[in-house]
Design a protein around this ligand. Structure first.
Ligand code: AMP
Length: 451
């Protein structure tokens, strides 16, 4: 399938050619025809799959014909959970709409000054990209005219649900015309999302994009066992000194840890800065711009702040702290390996992370291979599998070992085979009776193949 077959406006096709895209991604191939036919859709597709263009191209296609209703308000509304994602959607709108005459894109985000937003909203708008909270403020003050709204997009709806924005989203939807076309994108389509969809969408077409594992094919996932904070810090310093690492995002569990770690790394001579939700929008934008332009090698971030970051130069994602939710792991590591490039995702795990790790592996359907750096071996060793592990010659890695604890039910009975009997740890790591169906799905991503 090529973009030409999708019947998009020629000036949009021109922008696609400028972007260097040769073929639509699976989500684009499936969503665009439905959207051009006027259907509502709910799609499970994550960042990195090309979902932004999947909704933005048809949105722009609509804008290529004059509005049926007179007015100055937006014809397309995109709601996103975070400011960063909203900015990326706005950039995508400008990029794909650059050859169309007069497409005015406005972002209305929390943390930005009201006077400027009031001014932007007093002028004609075609595409409004907003975070829900701030948009509600403007709606309540009567600053937005939705009379000509034709399309509403809920981007990362699962995240908006998690962050408690769904009531706001529903209030916003009720301020828009019932005739609108509604699109919902979410990492997973579960029952909570189904309920939202039932309230906001009209007989939507359901689009399920290949499971998470397909999307992670171009990302090498590695695990390092760690004993304590000092061990983590030493390992991180070592990993950051690898010349193959061009740019990295390091994830911490809290905003405070992000600040502390960024300061420590800077003191060690790394080009590092923090990104989290307590920073002013101006500081966040400045840091992201620096990252994008290569002026920053290491970004230390929290989950919410880093969501949606799309910077091609990111070769490594490092989970200094494992995420609490398996979904966040996928979002985190998806910051590398953008648009089909290869990426490396390294996770640090201590003895107490066993359950979390298991959840992550179950969610992705992939086992994360453990690696050891010579001289920085953990004292804590989950039962190594096989005969001490096979060697693998990457610069950082002395050897890579497979673990028996995560891949069998028999492991619970088979500890004597490896002679390493730390029973408390064995219990926490080996109680895993998932079936093989979770693993070994090497279904290659058609998206990766187009790259
Ligand atoms: P998204 O999932 O929307 O965050 O997009 C992920 C990345 O894929 C972005 O860098 C896009 O520029 C890129 N992209 C989107 N569509 C295509 C395509 N058809 N071919 C190649 N790259 C694409």
């Amino acid at each position: 399938m090529s973009f030409e077959n999708l019947n998009l406006h020629p000036l949009i096709l021109k922008a696609i050619v400028d972007s260097g895209y040769t073929a639509p991604t699976p989500i684009q191939e499936q969503a665009i025809p439905e959207l051009l036919a006027g259907h509502d859709i709910m799609a499970s597709a994550q960042t990195g799959t090309g979902k932004t263009a999947a909704f933005m191209l048809p949105a722009l296609h609509r804008l290529a014909t004059p509005a049926k209703v007179h007015g100055r308000g937006p014809r397309v509304l995109v709601l996103t959970p975070t400011r960063e994602l909203a900015l990326q959607v706005s950039e995508a709108a400008a990029k794909y709409g650059k050859h169309l005459p007069r497409v005015k894109v406005v972002s209305i985000l929390g943390g930005m000054p009201y006077p400027l937003q009031n001014k932007l909203l007093s002028q004609p708008v075609d595409i409004l990209v907003a975070t829900p909270g701030r948009l509600i403020d403007h709606i309540q003050r009567g600053r937005i005219d939705f009379s000509r709204l034709e399309m509403m997009v809920l981007d990362e709806a699962d995240r908006m649900l998690d962050m408690g924005f769904i009531d706001d989203v529903e209030r916003i939807a009720s301020a828009t015309p019932a005739t609108r076309q509604t699109l919902l994108f979410s990492a997973t389509l579960d029952s909570a999302i189904d309920k939202v969809a039932a309230r906001l969408l009209k007989t939507p077409k359901r689009i399920q994009i290949a499971a998470q594992q397909a999307r992670l094919d171009n990302i090498e996932q590695r695990l390092h066992y760690v004993d304590d904070l000092s061990h983590k810090n030493r390992l991180l310093d070592h990993l950051l000194r690898d010349m193959a690492l061009k740019q990295a995002i390091v994830f911490t569990a809290t905003k405070r840890d992000a600040d502390t770690l960024a300061d420590n790394l800077s003191a060690q001579g790394h080009e590092a800065a923090a990104l989290h939700g307590d920073m002013s929008q101006r500081d966040r934008t400045r840091t992201l711009t620096k990252l994008r332009h290569g002026g920053l090698r290491v970004l230390v971030a929290t989950d919410v702040a880093a969501r949606g970051i799309d910077v091609a130069g990111i070769t490594h994602v490092i989970n200094f702290d494992l995420p609490k939710f398996a979904e966040d792991y996928v979002h985190r590591i998806g910051r590398t390996g953008r648009a089909g490039a290869a990426g490396i995702a390294v996770s640090f795990a201590s003895g107490k992370d066993g359950v979390n790790l298991k959840k992550i592996e179950r969610f992705t359907g992939q086992q994360i291979a453990s690696h050891v750096v010579p001289g920085l071996e953990p004292r804590f060793k989950p039962r190594p599998g096989g005969a001490g592990g096979a060697s693998r010659g990457t610069p950082n890695v002395a050897h890579k070992r497979s673990r028996t604890w995560s891949n069998d039910t028999s492991g619970r009975n088979g500890n004597s085979a490896n002679g390493n009997r730390d029973t408390s740890r064995d219990r926490s790591f080996s109680n895993d009776n998932r079936g093989n169906s979770f693993r070994g799905n090497s279904n290659p991503s058609p998206y990766a193949r187009t790259k």
